[in-house]
Design a protein around this ligand. Structure first.
Ligand code: 8DG
Ligand code: MN
Ligand code: MN
Length: 373
């Protein structure tokens, strides 16, 4: 059938930071497939193909309508012959044989299952797979496997933390942590970041930034918040990382590297009675134990880094990657979670808001809910 590219397709940027991507994805049938293929490439340490699949998915997510024919993607960036062939399969057969092959692969299945445990990365998953292990039960039954503290918590709360966190649960956690932080430092500020700030209804965890208006006062605050959460009996797990922040260093080129702010990766206990809107009543007292475990990330940057930390922790990952790539390739600047550095002028560009950072980069401001790239 005749099918021409929509006018919108002719001026879609290769950079996610020059696109607007809401949570409304009209091309899920394609992007789900590309994301699985990207994950498979990641397991095979094929960095190039992994990035190509991620970029293809991201471009499709930004489109205002569903793609019904190959003609409609003509002129779109980041869609090569390989990704187009996958899309053609989906358009014709309603399914991708390539992804079905991946999904039925024993190694892919095992690595996907193992990395779904909090604290288990691709390296550990691969090690377990090579030892012939295939299920979580087998790992727990294997006497020669030494799980670290994070992985033990990952297994212990597996059922809860592999269940999506709702917006209402995120809000309930926000109130609890905010109250705790205010009890310690009344002028502290807690900001919701990550997927929930981008308007997502569900997430795999809840991300927060905690700051105080006075420089240096953030030191020690996070540890006191953690202590207080422990006293309240809701701290199920805590991995605290002290600040390794060194301002003399230039922004790092490697995005995947962790930032240097003081932070903690938590598992918190959320009582169902604390949830907004359920009136404290359990819907099914027979099924429910009255609480669930939730993964929470809590980051405490110094206040003069707040804008950079907020931009970095709001995501999405693809949006952040492209923002950094754009800064480097198009502006000769280096951006990370801590700072923006102009390599030509050899100076740091300060910012007190995300708007400042977009302005320094010569970019139109993109709202958090438009960053679901
Ligand atoms: P989800 O939890 O709803 O699944 O999605 P998300 O909120 O977008 O993902 P996330 O894994 O919680 O990460 C949120 C953002 O935080 C993401 O853009 C990447 C960013 N981020 C950093 N540093 C680190 C880090 O050290 N670990 C993780 N997991 N994320 C980080 O800037
Ligand atoms: Mn998150
Ligand atoms: Mn997170």
């Amino acid at each position: 059938t005749e099918c021409s590219p929509p006018t919108a397709a002719t001026n879609v940027s290769q950079y996610a930071c020059l696109r607007r991507t809401t949570t409304e994805n009209h091309n899920k049938i394609f992007t789900d497939v590309f994301e699985e293929l990207a994950e498979n490439s990641e397991f095979n340490e094929s960095k190039g193909p992994c990035l190509a699949f991620r970029r293809a998915a991201s471009v499709l997510k930004s489109l205002p309508s569903a793609v019904h024919c190959l003609g409609a993607i003509q002129g779109l960036p980041c869609l090569g012959e390989h990704t187009k062939a996958v899309m053609e399969e989906i358009l014709i057969f309603g399914r991708s044989f390539k992804v079905e092959e991946v999904q039925s692969d024993e190694r892919y299945q095992a690595l996907k299952l193992f990395t779904s445990v909090f604290g288990v990365g691709p390296k550990t998953a691969e090690k377990w797979y090579r030892r012939g292990l295939r299920s979580l039960k087998e790992i727990l039954a294997e006497p020669n496997i030494q799980l670290n503290r994070m992985q033990r918590a990952g297994f212990l709360y597996y059922m809860d933390i592999s269940k999506a966190v709702s917006k209402a649960e995120a809000k309930a956690l926000r109130s609890i942590i905010e109250e705790t932080a205010h009890w310690i430092a009344p002028d502290s500020k807690l900001a919701l970041t990550g997927g929930f700030r981008r308007g997502k209804e569900y997430g795999h965890d809840v991300d927060f930034l905690l700051t105080v208006p006075e420089m240096g006062k953030e030191e020690g605050l996070l540890l006191r918040v953690i202590d207080r959460l422990r006293d309240q009996g809701i701290l199920l797990y805590c991995e605290h990382q002290g600040s390794t922040f060194d301002m003399s260093k230039l922004p790092s080129r490697r995005f995947e590297a962790m930032d240097h702010f003081e932070k903690c990766f938590l598992i918190l206990r959320l009582e169902e009675g604390q949830m907004e809107g359920d009136g404290g009543l359990q819907k099914d007292p027979g099924e429910s134990r009255g609480w669930r475990a939730v993964r929470v990330d809590l980051v405490a940057p110094p206040v003069d880094r707040y804008a950079f930390a907020l931009l970095g922790w709001t995501g999405s990952r693809q949006f952040e990657r492209d923002l950094r790539r754009f800064a480097r390739k198009e502006r000769g600047m280096c951006l990370d979670n801590h700072a923006l550095y102009d390599k030509t002028k050899k100076l740091f560009l300060p910012a007190t808001s995300e708007e400042d950072i977009f302005a320094h980069l010569g970019l139109e401001y993109v709202e958090p809910w438009q960053r679901n790239a």
